[in-house]
Ligand binder design. Structure first.
Ligand code: ZN
Length: 155
């Protein structure tokens, strides 16, 4: 999934919980930011494996979206990472269960959203400057629904 979806989904859930006085809006925002930051491993993997443009965010993006020269997901996207993160979140929950919950929404929603294989879904194909965009229409529809939900919750 694309970064905006990884942000919007946990942010929306966090906002719903803030309406129920479970989380603050700041922690809802943190959940959304964590949802995006999980994919920083793509950049680290790019630095480790790329033959050229090692530190280029654009090359990292295009490899992830279109070129697929090497796999960019690290252990953090799989079982070992989930076990490690779960341990950290459980330990953190003893200090602040609300911060732990916000981080958990960001992290686990990221894994959940990355799981569905949408390789056969119809996609929009764009090229903005040197960046490739190949987002499935279903993901765009989900983004629109989440944005409407977020707007309804904040207005
Ligand atoms: Zn991911």
């Amino acid at each position: 999934m694309y970064p905006q979806t990884h942000f919007l989904f946990p942010f929306f859930i966090g906002l719903v919980l803030s309406k129920l006085n479970v989380l603050s809006w700041e922690l809802a925002l943190l959940a959304g930011i964590i949802g995006v930051l999980v994919d920083l491993d793509h950049y680290v993997e790019h630095i480790l494996h790329a033959k050229m443009n090692q530190f280029s965010l654009r090359a990292t993006w295009n490899n992830s979206i279109k070129l697929h020269r090497f796999y960019q997901r690290s252990f953090i996207h799989f079982e070992k990472g989930a076990l490690l993160v779960t341990g950290v979140l459980v330990a953190l929950a003893f200090f602040s269960w609300q911060v732990s919950l916000a981080l958990a929404f960001g992290y686990y929603s990221h894994l959940l959203l990355d799981y569905p294989s949408m390789k056969k879904e119809r996609r929009i194909h764009l090229r903005i400057g040197h960046l490739y965009i190949r987002e499935p229409y279903m993901e765009i529809a989900l983004d629109v629904l989440l944005m409407v939900g977020v707007l309804l919750l904040v207005l």
